[in-house]
Design a protein around this ligand. Sequence first.
Ligand SMILES: NC(=O)c1ccc[n+]([C@@H]2O[C@H](COP(=O)([O-])OP(=O)(O)OC[C@H]3O[C@@H](n4cnc5c(N)ncnc54)[C@H](O)[C@@H]3O)[C@@H](O)[C@H]2O)c1
Length: 368
Amino acid sequence: MAQPSFWLRCEKKEFERRAALTPTTSKQLIDAGFKIYVERDEQRIFDDAEYEAVGCELVENNSWPSAPTHIPIIGLKELPASDAPLPHTHIQFAHCYKQQAGWSSVLARFHRGGGTLYDLEFLADASGRRVAAFGFHAGFAGAAAGALAHAVQKKGGKLGKLEPYENEAAMVSDVKAKLGGSGKGVKALVIGALGRCGRGAVDLFRKIGLDEDDIVKWDMDETAKGGPFQEILDVDIFVNCIYLTSRIPFFVTKDQIDADGASRRLSVVVDVSCDTTNPNNPIPIYSINTTFSEPTVPVPVEKGNPPMSVISIDHLPTLLPREASEQFSADLLPSLLAFPDRQSARVWTDAEKLFREKLGEAVKAENL
Ligand SMILES: NC(=O)c1ccc[n+]([C@@H]2O[C@H](COP(=O)([O-])OP(=O)(O)OC[C@H]3O[C@@H](n4cnc5c(N)ncnc54)[C@H](O)[C@@H]3O)[C@@H](O)[C@H]2O)c1
């Protein structure tokens, strides 16, 4: 039997510095008998040398199309658009199972090449929970961006471009410095606090020095009474981290903000959930996704009232590429170790079944 292997491809999406395999998880796979090929990639947060030092074999950037077809290719984001057939097995986020734009042409490439897609978004444990997700660091980074915006806004300014941080410690110390040394005195409310993103947001607020009593943590029980909630207007930063599944009463509205007038405390809303264009968005006070270049969108307020802004960036973990990759990859590792048994290991057989279903739909849609 051939030695089990993975081929870590480079990421071609702009600003994407994260990696599906890190030097840490590559070493664990190598120790378990795997061979790991790593494409050289200057964009990745981890240096090529870090992979080489743990025993990975470095290969040329973007050389996976000529890799032997029995080696599974692992990456994070979508492959660059192309019509080229895909003969390999790919493990990645492909964003083509929910009828997203271009979904059937992506799957048609697998049909033509005979390859298989295991979509990372749909690798789930026996209870249906995703085995690996980036939520924690989305919440962590979102809360940090919220604190930065609050600090600047207090001085009458507007938050400028955000750049990925080298590591978590650098982010925490930058946020503390911008808040004058500590976040003590700032008050925040996190809704969805028991989830992945919510736990990350709470963790950031603790690390920048908010008092525990000033980190208000809400989940299903607290919102059951139905919004809108005055409590949101009575904190400095509100971070929404819920997983929205249906229409629920609004959490906060424009009328409510206007009615609170000059006494409003709320200055920044971070919508980590980012259900921006979803008709059920419980925060109907903004309508665009913001970006690292323009992180905030102002909420128009009446003259004399304090300023207010919303952060609605939909790729927040990119701000913390090292830790986000380490956590995601560590969570994925048990499934990767089981990959040689993918014909019988449930996490992989389920993912392949879903792929076959979607492939069938694409074949029909594309008249193949
Ligand atoms: N902006 C980004 O970069 C980014 C990155 C990752 C995830 N997300 C998004 O963040 C959201 C949350 O993801 P997650 O992985 O943390 O989900 P999760 O399932 O781990 O957590 C969601 C939490 O929300 C709670 N919740 C759901 N409805 C609620 C309500 N009405 N009131 C109060 N609490 C409620 C749940 O009980 C749960 O604790 C998802 O929409 C996800 O797509 C955004």
